[in-house]
Ligand binder design. Structure first.
Ligand code: KG4
Ligand code: ZN
Length: 333
């Protein structure tokens, strides 16, 4: 039997999870509400909140899994990418826990873990599969050849998809994080109400900064005609913005599927919680006879279950790190 404690602290969620023989038994997430009033994650406040939350979160994960500390066989933690001060809290905790209990230590790449969340529940994708990983910091198309053998086929040249949502929300005076709110309004609006440009980027890379500027100019122009433009049209604006972001993402994914011939297609990361993206991907999958994999909501945004499952697959390989390991703000898939 293998009992893995997973720790995630790369951004603004402190999370702990217990995985027993590949099965997730708990996944506790302490979110940090403090950042909302600043309109984005404040790194120093995030580290302090991690420091406060980490031990209660781990205790709760152990309790909910109905095990004791003595049952744990290894500790897996997010090494990066992420905010260094946040990563340091999870890394230091994991190292101390492993040292005190003489357990093997497992480093996990956060972006790989988002993808490996697809190995928590059935049905699981077959290798090789394609994964569109879309979060607040990343937008990538990854060819997943094996658990830890991943090839980056394309990525954003500027903003990430989650940033495109969050920055647009700021323009629309919606509070942070704006992605889920745009999603909510979009469900009530007409996605063809406002025409927004699709950037012409060759290959499988993305760009979202032009879209952000187009939205800003469109809103500024309309506000001159009608000071209540935002209030009167918020649902239609959100639907149009979401539609454009989703088509940018899925057109590239379609191109990647065509280029590789791969038909197992997955999405991962915080933006994969977006209802428009989930719906459009399912429809596109039917048209192209793909097998489509969409994570459960709780495994889309940052969570330690994905770290624990990645840790489990490294544990099986005996892939451990020493106590001299340090977190990395930047890490490639
Ligand atoms: O993966 P994640 O939780 O954290 C990072 O590693 O970045 O992703 C967070 C991002 C934020 O930009 C948030 O606005 C976005 O995911 N997000 C959404 C939705 N839920 C979360 N974007 C659009 N629609 C959603 N429903
Ligand atoms: Zn993430």
């Amino acid at each position: 039997m293998a009992v893995i404690l997973g720790i995630e602290s790369s951004c603004d969620e402190t999370s702990a999870s217990i995985c027993i023989d590949g099965e997730i038994r708990s996944n506790i997430i302490a979110s940090q509400a403090i950042h909302a009033k600043y309109g984005g994650v404040v790194p120093e406040l995030a580290s302090r909140a991690h420091q406060q939350n980490i031990i209660p979160t781990v205790d709760q994960a152990i309790q909910q899994a109905k095990i004791t500390k003595n049952d744990i066989d290894a500790v897996a933690f997010t090494r990066g990418p992420g905010l260094l001060g946040s990563l340091l809290v999870g890394t230091s905790f994991a190292k101390a826990f492993a040292l005190a209990r003489q357990l093997p230590l497992i480093e996990v790449n956060h972006m790989q873990a988002h993808i490996l969340a697809h190995f928590i529940d059935e049905p699981k994708p077959d290798f090789p599969f394609l994964c569109l990983t879309v979060s607040g910091g990343h937008t990538q198309i990854v060819l997943v050849k094996d658990y830890f053998d991943m090839e980056l086929l394309g990525e954003t040249l500027d903003d990430a998809a989650g940033e495109a949502f969050d920055k647009t929300a700021k323009i629309l005076n919606l509070p942070y994080p704006g992605g889920p709110l745009i999603d909510k309004h979009a469900q009530l609006g007409n996605r063809l109400a406002f025409q927004l440009p699709e950037p012409q980027i060759p290959d499988l890379n993305f760009s979202f900064s032009g879209l952000k500027t187009a939205i800003l100019y469109m809103v500024q122009g309309k506000l001159k005609e009608n000071p209540d433009f935002l209030k009167d049209n918020i649902d239609d604006i959100c639907a149009s913005v979401q539609y454009r972001i989703v088509t940018i993402l899925l057109n590239k994914l379609k191109q990647a599927a065509k280029q590789t011939g791969v038909k197992d297609i997955a999405i991962a990361g915080g933006v994969s919680a977006n209802s428009g993206l989930r719906q459009a991907l399912m429809e596109m999958g039917e048209r192209h006879a793909w097998r489509v994999f969409i994570p459960k909501f709780e495994y889309c945004t940052d969570n330690a279950a994905m770290i624990a499952i990645a840790g489990y697959h490294k544990f099986r390989r005996g892939d451990f790190v020493g106590q001299d390991v340090a977190p990395l703000a930047r890490m490639h898939v």
